[in-house]
Write a protein that binds this ligand. Structure first.
Ligand code: SF4
Length: 169
């Protein structure tokens, strides 16, 4: 794991950019599970509507291999999903400049960058990021394992907790 003192400035930066909380975590503590994609396929209106959601994202098995190829991660809590991807991408670019060349971020929910997603070729590939749950991550178990809480609001999703993840090496 990267020395936490080298990553503390990114925690502060995540808050400055609009996150509620941010922690350095071990990617091994991120829980992936095959049932998560079922929840996308049967029950989510975003399924197959954009490139950041299933079935266009890595499977839980692929995601496990991705997670296991990193030693550190930032888990970031937001209220609502609207800002998540923008902050994740912004922070990712700043951390990349410091030499962590493997860095990659995951957002929450569908990509909102275009009015209609171009399913053949992404219009903004450097800005679009896959949804964490769309990659088979059990977000509830992951945040609980790392001491975060999660409250969802079915009536108003913009008031619920949403999480982004940045893998760092
Ligand atoms: S940037 Fe546009 S084309 Fe690319 S994933 Fe997002 S909505 Fe789809």
């Amino acid at each position: 794991m990267i020395d936490i003192t080298h990553l503390e400035k990114y925690i502060k930066r995540a808050i400055e950019l609009g996150a509620q909380e941010c922690k350095v975590i071990d990617p091994a503590s991120v829980v992936s599970a095959p049932w998560v994609r079922l929840k996308c396929q049967y029950g989510c209106q975003c399924y197959n509507t954009n490139r950041s959601c299933t079935p266009h994202t890595p499977t839980d098995e692929q995601m496990r291999k991705i997670l296991d190829s990193y030693s550190s991660a930032l888990l970031i809590r937001f209220i609502g999903h609207e800002k998540v991807n923008e902050v994740v991408v912004g922070l990712e670019k700043e951390i990349l400049k410091d030499g962590y060349y493997k860095i990659f971020g995951f957002g929450a929910g569908p990509c909102l960058l275009c009015d209609t997603c171009d399913m053949d070729k992404c219009s903004f590939p450097s800005l679009a990021r896959p949804s964490l749950s769309g990659c088979g991550v059990d977000v509830f178990a992951t945040v609980k394992a790392n001491g975060f809480s999660i409250e969802i609001s079915l009536e108003n999703p913009s008031e619920g907790d949403c999480y982004g993840l940045i893998l760092i090496e």
